[in-house]
Ligand binder design. Sequence first.
Ligand SMILES: [Zn+2]
Length: 228
Amino acid sequence: MLDANTPENINKLKPTSKGFSGPHKKPIKSKEETMEYREHKEVCDTLEGAARSIIKSTPDSLEREGLSRTPARFAKAMNFLLQGYHLTPQKVVGEGVFSSEGGGLVSVNNIEFYSMCEHHILPFWGNVTIAYYPENKILGLSKFPRIIDIYARRLQVQERLTREIVQATHELINPRAVMVRIKASHLCMMMRGVEKQQSFTITEYALGLDKLSPLETDRLMAVFSEQK
Ligand SMILES: [Zn+2]
């Protein structure tokens, strides 16, 4: 922020044909006045209300020390876990698309993720393996975990999460073929319902497999058969 009272900044605040060139051109809004803050506040109030309702549905007391600040903490945690709604692949990848050096198979294995099942609002988590044959672009390897989080940090089902990661990769770098496999455990199955603690769910989705030779298909499938 420029300070008009310091001599070196006075020139920067001279009037121009468009008005003042300095930071005082627009009236400065306090954080509380911005649209973004008001929307954020509204979401937090809604989430806090939801947490209060859950606690009120039990014989427990919102006045109890351990619970009194729980609605605020719940809102903060949910805001974090659902932040994917505000992100797009283009936003998170930024400058992370590069020219491909040859079209060899690229795979990133066992990227961990945490998501929330849309049927019970309970966590499911596990790992994602992604493999693709580039056309003429590749993605920086660190971008895959970010792409996964865009879709994992929403209310989700594992099947759609798998497809959305494939589609986002396809949109960003248009590879010849891309395949994603997710292995996940679901708390809604482990803690309730069928109560099967050792079960896991595997989902797969692919685009462009018909463009691959039999040898390339074998190599791609080998990546997934090695997955834990
Ligand atoms: Zn569920």
